[in-house]
Design a protein around this ligand. Structure first.
Ligand code: S3P
Length: 172
C-alpha cells in the first residue's frame, strides 16, 4: 500500500509528496534523496564524477530495496527512473503509480534558475526537455495507473485528487 509519484523534472513530485503524505498519514520517501544519503554526495557530484549510467545503477538498487520493505509511504522518484524496464516493473508492483504530467513551458518555468539538475545544464534546456519528454512520455504512460495534468492545478488540488483516488484504490 504505497503511493508512487513519477513524472518529469520540475513537475512538483517532492512538494506534492510531502503534502500528500501528511494528508494520508503516510511516510514520505524520495529516491533522489535516498541515493544522495547512501552515497554521501549530491546528484550533481555523482553525475559529474561517475556519469549517468552509474547514477541509474544506484537508482535501480535503491528502488529494488523498497520491495517488501516499504508500506504506507508516498514515494517520490527521479524523472528518469522509468528509463529502465526493470524499474517500471518494480514501481508497478509496490503501489499505485501516479504520473504528474506537465507541458514543456511549465516545466521550463519551474526548472529555470535551479542548478540541481545535471541533465538540464545545457545550451538549450528547452530542446533537451522536448527531446527527453518525447522518449519518456510512453514510459510514464505505461508505468502509471493514473495520469494528472498539473499545469492548471494548485499543489493542494493535485494532492487532494491523489489522496482521494488512493483512498478509493486502497479500500477496494
Ligand atoms: C533526472 C531527474 C532528477 C534526478 C536526476 C536525473 C532525470 O530528479 O533523478 O537529476 O533523468 O530526469 P527530479 O525529477 O526529482 O528532478
Amino acid at each position: 500500500m504505497n503511493v508512487i509519484l513519477i513524472g518529469f523534472m520540475g513537475v512538483g513530485k517532492s512538494t506534492i509528496a510531502n503534502g500528500l503524505a501528511k494528508s494520508l498519514g503516510f511516510d514520505v520517501l524520495d529516491t533522489d534523496k535516498m541515493i544522495e544519503q547512501s552515497q554521501s554526495r549530491s546528484i550533481n557530484e555523482i553525475f559529474a564524477t561517475e556519469g549517468e549510467e552509474s547514477f541509474r545503477e544506484m537508482e535501480s538498487v535503491i528502488l529494488g530495496n523498497l520491495i517488501g520493505s516499504t508500506d504506507r509511504s508516498v514515494i517520490s522518484t527521479g524523472g528518469g527512473i522509468v528509463t529502465r524496464e526493470e524499474n517500471i516493473k518494480v514501481l508497478k508492483s509496490i503501489g499505485i503509480v501516479f504520473w504528474l504530467d506537465a507541458g514543456v513551458d511549465s516545466i521550463l518555468d519551474r526548472v529555470s534558475g535551479n542548478r540541481d539538475r545535471p541533465l538540464l545544464k545545457t545550451e538549450n534546456p528547452r530542446k533537451k526537455i522536448v527531446d527527453l519528454l518525447s522518449g519518456r512520455e510512453p514510459l510514464y504512460e505505461r508505468c502509471s495507473d493514473e495520469q494528472i495534468q498539473t499545469d492548471d492545478l494548485s499543489v493542494d488540488e493535485i494532492s487532494y485528487g491523489i489522496a482521494e483516488t488512493a483512498r478509493v484504490w486502497f479500500s477496494r
